[in-house]
Design a protein around this ligand. Sequence first.
Ligand code: GYE
Length: 324
Amino acid sequence: MKRWICMLMLLVLALCLCGCGQKEETSAVETEDFVVVGFSQVGAESDWRVANTLSMQEALSEENGYRLIFDDAQNKQERQITAIRNFIQQEVDYIVLAPTTETGWDTVLMEAKAAGIPVILVDRQIKVEDDSLFSCWVGSDFYLQGKTAVKWMEQNYAGQELRILHLQGNYGTTAQLGRTVGLDEGLENNPGWTLAYRQSGEFTQGKGQELVEDCIANGVEFDLVYAENDNMAYGAVDAMKAAGLTPGEDVVVVSFDASHNALQMTLNGEISFDVECNPLHGPRVKSIIEKLEAGMMPPKYTFVDETTFDCETITQEMIDAREY
Ligand code: GYE
């Protein structure tokens, strides 16, 4: 009788172990079914960046068959390099990099290449010796954005005296370089335009506000703020209002990104002109991965189509119809 109970218990135990093993196997197979993507994001410095992160997370979701490993580099290239090395160690299927800056990527991308992991770039570009270190890039034409802003300024202020306060993005980023070159050409072609002040506000509201407050305190006089992103424009507007200036009347504000809040400010006239920079790269990256998975080669560079918003013509309906 005792022996019989013992055997029954052994049988139950064996069945149990069998079941557990099966369960583990099933979950391992499930993991293998996902496309694993390591995404190294710049940080969370702006509305644009937050919308970009969300777009990536929504597109590369488990529902869509992806497992996304997200890393926020807090605006530091060293952190991105560490994140990429971690992705390599975790043997991800793809690495997506939104680079903080253009240079300094050769070594770590060679490591990714040696591990056989394709690298997809989003947003800003990079400069590497060997273009085969990344599969492809998708983002905006930042120089065109700068030229577009200057074209609007010429339509309104050609032949006039214009003192420009220029808030730049983080130095060495494609967004900063392109938007700055656009303005530099405008300054060259319009003898009446002068640079009242130029400094990096690092794409943040806080820094933008601080710089404009300092300018006002130091008696810098300016007619137009050329802010290389909306968050710095918010800071500039706050600083001006606090000093009793009316943005849109005393000082014109030109900005980039066309984030939701900024368009609301364009509608109320505080921002006069905003050049769109589309952050919705998630679905674009997803379709690039799908192509690569199918053995196809997506174009090396894909530029996104973008529009502009003028305080004279923008409507609430236009804002409401937008996705971000
Ligand atoms: O304009 C700014 C962000 O690289 C396009 O970075 C991006 C820029 C964007 O912080 O708001």
